[in-house]
Ligand binder design. Sequence first.
Ligand code: BTN
Length: 330
Amino acid sequence: MKAKDKVLNELLNNTNKYLSGEEIASTIGVSRNAIWKHVNSLKEDGYVIEAITNKGYKLIDYPDNLNAELIKADLRGACEHLEVEVRDVVTSTNTLLKENSSSYAGKDFLLVANEQTNGRGRLGRTFHSPSGTGVYFSLILHPKLSASDSQYLTTAIATAVARAIESVCNIPASIKWVNDIFVNEKKVCGILTEAVIDFEAGGLEYAIVGTGINITAPKEGYPEEIKDIAGALYEYNQAPKGIRNKLVAEIINNFYEYYIDLGNKPFFNEYKKRSFLMGHRVKVISNTTNPDDYFYANVIDIDEDFRLIVETDDWHEVALSTGEVSIRKV
Ligand code: BTN
C-alpha cells in the first residue's frame, strides 16, 4: 500500500476523532512533513479533511470516486484482508486478471474499474461499460473445486449481488436463471465466470468471477441493441454518494460468506427465493446460435445443481443446464 493510501486508511478508521500528524507519521513510518503533503494531495483529490492546530486531522467528507481504501474499509470476515485495486479505465477486468494470472498465484485479488473499453459478456457478447454510471469488477480465486462445481461460483455471486442491492440500496432485486440480476423487470447486472482447468491436478488452476452493474442510466441512454432489456438501479444523477464502493464491498462480503462453504451451497435457498422465472411460462431457445430452435414450457423448480426444471406442453419434465439454453419470459 502506498503511503498516501495508508494516510487515507488511518483517517477512514478514525472519523470520530482528530489524529495528530505525529500519530499518523509514527503509525505508518514516514515523517510529519510527508503526512502534511499526503493530506494536501488527498484534499486535491476531493477529500474534505479538517486540520486544526494542536488537534490534528479529521476526515469530514470524501469524493464519489471508486476507491480501493473505501472498499477495503467495509470488507469483513473471510475477505477482510483481500487485496483490492481500482482503475479508472481498463479494457476488461476479466481480461486483465487473466493476462496477469501468474502474478496472483495462490492469492485472491479484486480489480475494480470505472469504465471498460472492451467489456465482455457471456456467449462472446460485449458488455456495455461506460464511465461513471456503473461499476465493473473481477475477482480472481484459486478454489479447490472440480470444474463442474465451479458453476456454483456464478450462482453464489449472483445471490451475493441481489442480496447486496437490497441491503445497501434498499431496492428489491431478483435473479433471472442463471446469473442475470433484474430490478423492475430490467437487467441491471451481468456476470461472467471464467475458469482455467489444471488437467494434471484435476481441478481449477484459477477462476475469475466478473460482475458488471449499471448503477445509473447513462445520460445518453443505452445502445439500441440493449435498450429494451437494460436497466439501472437509479435514474441518471440520482445515485447516493459513495454507493458504488459500498455496494462492491457488500457483494464481496456476501460472496465470501458463501465461498468459504461453497460445496454446501449455503446460498441455495436464497437463490431460489429470488429466482423470478419460478412459476412462469418461458420460451426455451435450445440452441443459442439458432433462435428458431425453441419450445414453450412452464418453470416448476430449480434443483440442487441449479438446473431449471421445466414442464413442456406435452407434460414432459426437462432439466435445463446453464450454458445450453437461453430463456425468455413470456
Ligand atoms: C453478461 O451479462 O453477458 C455478462 C456480463 C459480465 C460483465 C462483467 S463486467 C466485469 C467483468 N469484465 C468483463 O469484461 N466482463 C465482466
